[in-house]
Design a binder for this molecule. Sequence first.
Ligand SMILES: Nc1ncnc2c1ncn2[C@@H]1O[C@H](COP(=O)(O)OP(=O)(O)OP(=O)(O)O)[C@@H](O)[C@H]1O
Ligand SMILES: [Mg+2]
Length: 279
Amino acid sequence: MNERSRIHAEGVYVLKIGGSVLTEKDKVRKARTSAITRISKEIALALALAHGRGAGTGAGAKAGTTTRKKLILVHGAGSYGHPQAKAYLASRDAKDALITHESAKELNRIVTSSLMEFGVKIMPIHPLNGVVFRGGEPKYKIKEQIEVALETGIVPVLHGDVIMDEKEGFRILSGDQLVVYVAKEFKASRVGVGTDVDGVLGDEGEVIRKITPVDVDKMSLKGSEHVDVTGGMKEKVHLLAKLASENNIPSVLFNASKESNVYKFLTDDENLFGTVISA
Ligand SMILES: Nc1ncnc2c1ncn2[C@@H]1O[C@H](COP(=O)(O)OP(=O)(O)OP(=O)(O)O)[C@@H](O)[C@H]1O
Ligand SMILES: [Mg+2]
């Protein structure tokens, strides 16, 4: 089996790190450098374990780890995207759309530079240049780029961005929407969405351990405590519930602000605490 067929047959890991983790969302263009460094290190370590130790046979490599598993990384825009997008949505001025794009790209550069410092081979993908909103939905023209990256051992890094829209000129495409797209397209075997909270929280602040698509309609979810133009937690849960019901792809929402959780997600640690959304 060639590498391309293998990727499609075995599925990939899809991980989103939220803007709530990477940035201070109540400020403007403020990155959380220490979180970015820590997460880059955890990703590098998990990938080194997966690729360096062979098929679960080396010391420290457990059966069922990310062995040879491919990773697609998505990140949110946080304070590098939401306040700027809010200004664009108010003005509908192309200049503000471009400011949003440049700013989201700046965060992407910070994240990818950090990953590279830890030896992760990456390829940034800026959705503005490869996704267009037509006929009421985003049309993705980034499949082959992602495929080639995966085939050659490179981690594609996508991010929430502005995209062209046939009616509006520009519109916002969230990191959460990108997660759903790549998870479906590459038949993800594991999908993780990290934010700054332990998972989906109930009325008493407790973590809801499992959500099915049927539950979602009955839940009264809020958006975000922060500036978030893409629907915050509520829209996230709806998108992931749809991914579970329509494509039978489960996902886990976990706290990526807490040390080791990204590593745990990537290495299949059963101790990863969070909310599972599955059919
Ligand atoms: N029921 C809930 N459970 C958990 N979090 C909730 C809930 N309702 C609202 N939230 C808010 O959702 C936030 C996470 O969503 P948010 O969209 O702000 O982050 P993100 O997706 O990581 O950021 P970005 O959109 O920049 O990637 C939490 O910080 C919390 O304030
Ligand atoms: Mg969000």
